[in-house]
Ligand binder design. Structure first.
Ligand code: COA
Length: 169
């Protein structure tokens, strides 16, 4: 690839569920990279509310609802992130930074990924201020306690969360 050509990037996460904060990073990544692969971690050490298939479907719908589908590919992945990056022939891992507190963990991940595959760069994008406090767990916590999550998640996710909360009653 020539130095002037835009690279393809992978933005990975559990996305349980996707939030407006994640969409903000996808939007920013799209303006920098030729293709953005949104990689949904199939297996997670986290106790997830939604299956990998449901999370991929929600990300796809949210991306389309936000008119971001062009040059965005959503897929589930298992195993090492660097192996997925190689498989799709991307060059970069994109990570979102919300606050200084994210840095330590993010630096650790970037170093581990560099040890595993030195040719893959990690690039950090800073989230917009109004998304800096959002996490998937906080959104689920608000939803399960009957709060309004409409400002934090795309419409499709809001209705899926409502259904999930109803089921658990
Ligand atoms: N906006 C909103 N929320 C954000 C955010 C943003 N811009 N950036 C991060 N978050 C939230 C996430 O929703 C998540 O919330 P939660 O903990 O409540 O679920 C939290 O911040 C942590 O996000 P992240 O660090 O991206 O973790 P993750 O679980 O979503 O994804 C993987 C981690 C999947 C990318 C990582 O574990 C991985 O690469 N796994 C593959 C195995 C591997 O390669 N291991 C070696 C390298 S670590």
């Amino acid at each position: 690839m020539s130095k002037s050509a835009k690279s393809a990037a992978v933005y990975a996460g559990t996305f349980d569920p996707i939030t407006n904060g994640h969409l903000d990073i996808i939007r920013r990544a799209r303006s920098v990279f030729s293709t953005v692969y949104v990689a949904v971690a199939g297996s997670s050490s986290k106790k997830v509310w939604f299956s990998a298939e449901e999370r991929v479907a929600m990300v796809n719908e949210a991306v389309s609802e936000a008119s971001l589908s062009e040059s965005v590919v959503v897929q589930a992945f298992d195993g090492l992130l660097v192996d997925y990056v190689k498989k799709v022939e991307a060059d970069v891992i994109v990570r979102g930074l919300r606050a200084v507190s994210d840095y330590e963990y993010e630096a650790q991940m970037a170093h581990i990924n560099r040890q595993l595959a030195s040719e893959i760069e990690t690039v950090f994008l800073v989230t917009s201020e109004d998304c800096s406090f959002i996490s998937s767990s906080i959104v689920k916590n608000v939803a399960i306690n009957g709060g309004d999550v409409s400002r934090f998640v795309p419409g499709i996710v809001e209705s899926r969360l409502k259904k999930e909360v109803e089921k658990s009653k």
